[in-house]
Design a protein. Structure first.
Length: 567
């Protein structure tokens, strides 16, 4: 049995989630011959990891059932939308490894059809023009236990409503002066069914239609009809739209033509991640108020931020698979996300040695002016990645934390009179500590055992400590940005009486500017990922220059967050 067959059998035996169960029932009953899903972002910000889950789900269903997945921008609010967001979303979807069905679609492509359907609903007596302001409409909508109050516009004649709606389209009224509402039920227990607004006036330039329109359809009116136009079979969205489903179905019911595909809306639980905020509005606030450097700041949960931090598409797909598709809201521990990227990078990342806080070592018995190149394993998880050579010379750097002048028996790194193994190299012994006039340690004088090449001693003596190191003569100077979680609190936006920005971790970014790396990193390419031995996983930043190499920490080798205490 081939590896491919084993994988396919494993996938077949995997329990179906509730969405897959619905789709398979529809296929088996003959309701649908082809499955068509869609990913419909609003171009009003950058996508975050919650959207990544939705992308993976929708495109994954299209792949699983040999169907299609459309990419459609629900661009109904020109005030908040921008081409920058469209471009970033296209990049995110491609980076995750997906290709959409046909051309990229836009809800604005359907504005003429949506307008015609709105006129049709007016003619059926199912929509009317209202003169009330947004505040008045909200106040008169009532409460879940109290029916709403009907607007006087509700009793307008069909002819008057058609005339007013056309004049709205022609730009005769100011923003907010009139709206078009669906005539449904002002006493419905579902507040979304109490004559929802279908169109509002916005004299604003649209990124695609320019100034053609000054009335724009609301999301609830646009979404289902766009699905219908595209022949979507299963419209998958998050739980906050569950109460919108009756309205989704109501609009479709009144435009549906026999023989066409009527989409079915299915809701699943959105992704809530600990130590993170997932609201686009709050993410935008972080950017606008300069808490972060931009939407792609590596501390942000945006897809572009995760990409810049060093996450891989594969790790996000594994993460999405681990958390599954649920019907109820819950909070996913960010540790699981970090575990997913560690697991993947451990398999694919090139190993290198980098000293982040250098302490100089002089090997007193090593020949002056000489050096040698020693073989080093690129990745013990993948022998096909081969080996590289690292230079060894008289002067080296180790980490400051790897030496203690006064150390107990449990300290297995370097100490006066102590011996350690240098990775891939030799045993060294510390003989003398050199200090400046202020008592600060500036150098260690050591000797090496030339018979311990490769880290093995011919006499069988055991050395417990193994340190990474860099040859001073060959070292490459780099900067490292150490990123940590942006918030100290597990649920920073869950407090009604406190602003989520109060919980920002002021130590979420630190910069190490005097780092020493082995010369292999000279050939590193932008966005290439590495494991810095004993430290963590890092990526060469996309804006890094050849003469100013900057690496971003993706994640540590092990979870150290739970050991931190914040007061």
């Amino acid at each position: 049995m081939t590896d491919k067959t084993i994988k396919e059998n494993a996938e077949e035996k995997k329990p179906l989630n509730f969405i897959e169960q619905i789709i398979e029932e529809d296929i088996n009953s003959g309701k649908h011959k082809e499955i068509i899903t869609r990913f419909p972002p609003e171009p009003n910000g950058y996508l975050h990891i919650g959207h990544a889950k939705s992308i993976i789900l929708n495109f994954g269903l299209g792949e699983r059932y040999k169907g299609k997945t459309n990419l459609r921008f629900d661009d109904t609010n020109p005030v908040k939308e921008d081409v920058e967001y469209v471009d970033s979303i296209l990049e995110d979807v491609k980076w995750l490894g997906y290709d959409w069905n046909g051309d990229v679609r836009f809800a604005s492509d359907y504005f003429d059809q949506l307008y015609d359907w709105a006129v049709m609903l007016i003619k059926k007596g199912l929509a009317y023009v209202d003169d009330q302001s947004g505040e008045e409409i909200s106040a008169n909508r009532g409460t879940p236990s109290k029916p709403g109050t009907s607007s006087s516009g509700r009793n307008r004649s069909i002819e008057e409503n058609i005339d007013l709606f056309e004049r709205m389209k022609n730009g005769e009224f100011k923003d907010g002066e009139k709206v078009l509402r669906a005539k449904i039920d002002m006493s419905s227990p579902n507040m979304h069914m109490r004559d929802p607004v279908m169109y509002r006036i916005k004299h604003a330039h649209h990124h695609r239609t320019g100034n053609k329109w000054c009335i724009y359809p609301m999301y609830d009116y646009t979404h289902g009809q766009s699905d219908y136009i595209e022949g979507i079979t299963h419209s998958i969205c998050t739980l906050e739209f569950e109460n919108h489903r009756p309205l989704y179905d109501w609009f479709l019911e009144h435009i549906y033509e026999t023989g066409k595909t009527k989409p079915r809306q299915i809701e699943f639980a959105r992704l809530n991640l600990s130590y993170t905020v997932m609201s686009k509005r709050k993410l935008a606030q972080l950017v606008e108020e300069k808490y972060v450097s931009g939407w792609d700041d590596p501390r942000m949960p945006t897809i572009s931020g995760l990409r810049r931090r060093g996450f891989t598409p594969e790790s996000l797909k594994v993460f999405a698979e681990k958390i599954g598709v649920a019907k109820r809201e819950n909070i996913i521990d960010v540790d699981l996300l970090e575990f997913s990227i560690r697991e993947h990078l451990n398999k694919i990342a090139q190993r290198v040695m980098v000293v982040q806080e250098p302490l100089k070592i002089t090997i007193t018995n090593y020949p002056e002016g000489e050096s040698e190149w020693l073989p080093a394993v690129n990745n013990p998880e993948d022998v096909s990645m081969g080996e590289r050579e690292v230079p060894f010379s008289k002067t080296l750097y180790i980490e400051q934390e790897d030496f203690l002048e006064e150390a107990d028996k449990k300290f297995f790194r370097l100490k006066p009179g102590g011996e350690v193994r240098l990775r891939y190299a030799y045993f060294i012994k510390c003989n003398e500590v050199v200090k400046d006039k202020n008592g600060n340690i500036t150098e260690l004088l050591c000797t090496y055992d030339p018979l311990s090449k490769g880290g093995n001693s011919p006499d069988g003596r055991k050395v417990k400590g193994t340190l990474h190191w860099v040859s001073a003569e060959h070292a490459v100077d780099i900067q490292i940005k150490q990123y940590d979680r942006l918030f100290n609190d597990e649920a920073p936006d869950s407090y009604k009486d406190r602003n989520f920005t109060e919980f920002i971790n002021l130590e979420s970014l630190s910069v190490a500017k005097n780092c020493k790396a082995e010369p292999y990193l000279k050939q590193a390419k932008q966005c290439e990922r590495f494991q810095f031995e004993r430290k963590g996983y890092y990526i060469l930043d996309k804006e890094s220059k050849h003469d100013n190499m900057v690496f971003n920490r993706t994640v540590t080798l092990k979870d150290s967050w739970k050991n931190k205490i914040f007061l």
